[in-house]
Design a protein around this ligand. Structure first.
Ligand code: DX5
Ligand code: ZN
Length: 218
């Protein structure tokens, strides 16, 4: 399965967002990760649908919108309409994710489910054949630049076993050239990276290092 890299624009310079997107596009990134926080589900506030629409004008790459909000049923379709290709919402606020999946798909986007570090992977396995995408959090959501929580690796492994080869399984939080290796070995095929990519002066270096992690994983 081909590895895909999804820079999180949360770590980019918001005053020059179009340039920050163009900069990493030069290195062939497949996706962009857009972190939406509501100040309730997580203790931070970030962007709304207008920013997704603005980013949509900058790239035809896959836009995945990670909703860290308490009401994905209300806002999921709004973020789909704003131009997201995949809208990702948390199982912790949608224990029956089907109505949210339906609402997102009705607006033409794919539906992704997200699981937090303290949440058992068992909670998402009943839906694994129905979802378009699984996002395994490897930090507690809210901020970029946190330390990778290794428990995510076993969760990825369990999810990959249950899902088979076709599902996009992504890890998010604390991903760098070292932490990417066990995630890829366990079956992750999409890597989010915020501070690792945007914290570098030359963004080609971390992006190449992430691709190299795939080469070095078993
Ligand atoms: C955390 C966000 C992540 C974050 C990743 O709440 O969901 O997407 O931006 O940033 P790094 O890669 O710096 O951990
Ligand atoms: Zn995220």
């Amino acid at each position: 399965m081909k590895l895909e890299i999804s820079p999180s624009i949360l770590s980019a310079d918001f005053a020059h967002l179009a340039d920050e997107i163009a900069d990493v596009l030069r290195f062939g990134v497949e996706r962009f990760h857009l972190d939406v926080m509501d100040g309730h589900f997580v203790p931070n506030l970030t962007i709304g649908p207008d920013v997704i629409s603005a980013v949509r004008k900058c790239t035809d790459r896959v836009l995945e919108t990670h909703l860290m909000i308490i009401d994905p049923l209300k806002f999921g379709p709004i973020f789909a309409e704003a131009g997201s290709d995949v809208v990702q919402f948390h199982i912790e606020v949608a224990p029956d994710p089907r109505p949210v999946m339906d609402a997102i798909r009705a607006k033409g986007a794919k539906a992704g489910l997200v699981v937090n570090p303290p949440t058992d992977i068992e909670t998402v396995l009943p839906f694994i054949k129905e979802i378009d995408h699984l996002l395994v959090m490897s930090v507690n959501p809210g901020f970029s630049g946190q330390k990778f929580i290794p428990d995510a690796v076993e969760k990825v492994r369990r999810a990959r076993e249950a899902a088979g080869p076709d599902l996009d399984i992504e890890v998010d939080g604390g991903i760098n050239a070292e932490t990417a290796v066990p995630c890829i070995e366990a079956g992750a095929n999409v890597l989010v990276a915020g501070s690792f990519i945007y914290g570098a002066k030359d963004r080609g270096v971390p992006i190449a290092a992430l691709r190299n992690a795939a080469v070095h994983s078993k």
